[in-house]
Design a protein around this ligand. Structure first.
Ligand code: KIV
Length: 277
């Protein structure tokens, strides 16, 4: 049975932490899903870690839908959340509803994520009242990075109060979970203790109800740079380099492909063929 938003709430209510990961393609989604991870986020980090853009503002609805479709084909159990790209939901709630529905109907996701706190509460309400589960996202919100800068948010009293209000506004508006990115550990705990729904931290310390990471960061695929909030558990880029080097070397020295990688025809057929030529 697929994980539901109620299952996630039950995990928070029982005090059980859970892990969330991003995925952008079918094979990765299959692996994560088979490992029983309850939530897969098709993050708009797709822009940076897969498509090579230098900001998430460049990724489009079509690109997000294309990758979300691949992930939903691979994920049989996990709740798949499609990340709504820049300006697909900020303009007005009606456009947000139309675009969110595309993630469910065309791409097969079960929920969407949007960035922003109080300012997005009305939109969250419109979507959730119409049956679309919404994950909120506060703190450092990459779609606003040109304005807020890529830095820890909520260090001052005023900013911290604002983030608590943002989280409460999303909770009251019906969000089923709230991503809390790059905020001090103490503030993430205050937020986690004060809202009903699960907080999902990234760069927000260990006291959130769940954690999310960009898969390329934990597997070491994308660059040699590891963000401070991430930990590289393996370095797949090295394994990939080794694999590619091995393949090229064997092609060049003629040892690949070996007989077992090909097929052969009957001698008589070959003889007849050569006669005609
Ligand atoms: O786009 C993304 O991957 C995200 C997560 C980092 C939360 O928004």
């Amino acid at each position: 049975m697929r994980v539901s938003v109620q299952d996630l709430q039950a995990l928070k209510d029982r005090g059980e932490r859970f892990a969330v990961l991003t995925a952008y393609d079918y094979p990765t989604a299959r692996i994560i899903d088979e490992l029983g991870i309850p939530v897969i986020l098709v993050g708009d980090s797709l822009a940076n870690v897969v498509l090579g853009y230098d900001s998430t503002v460049f990724v489009t609805m079509d690109e997000m839908l294309h990758h979300t479709k691949a992930v939903t084909r691979g994920a049989k159990q996990a709740l798949v959340v499609g990340d709504m790209p820049f300006m697909s939901y900020q303009t007005n709630p009606a456009d947000a509803l139309t675009n969110a529905a595309r993630f469910l109907r065309e791409a097969g996701a079960q929920a969407v994520k949007i960035e922003g706190g109080e300012v997005m509460a009305e939109t969250v309400r419109v979507l959730t009242d119409r049956g679309i589960p919404v994950m909120g996202h506060i703190g450092y919100t990459p779609q606003s990075s040109y304005k807020i800068g890529r830095r820890v948010q909520g260090r001052s009293l005023e900013d911290a109060r604002k983030l608590v209000r943002d989280a409460q506004a999303l909770d009251e508006a019906g969000a089923f979970a709230v991503v809390v990115e790059l905020v001090p550990t103490e503030l993430a705990k205050v937020i986690t203790d004060r809202i009903k729904v699960p907080t999902i931290g990234i760069g927000a310390g260990p006291d959130c109800d769940a954690q999310v990471q960009v898969i390329s960061d934990i597997l070491g695929i994308y660059t040699d740079f590891v963000p401070r909030h991430a930990k590289r558990f393996v370095k797949l880029a090295d394994a990939m380099r080794e694999g590619v080097k091995g393949y090229v070397a064997e092609v060049m020295d003629g040892s690949f492909p070996a007989p077992e990688h090909g097929s052969s025809m009957e001698e008589e057929v070959l003889r007849e063929l050569l006669k005609d030529l």
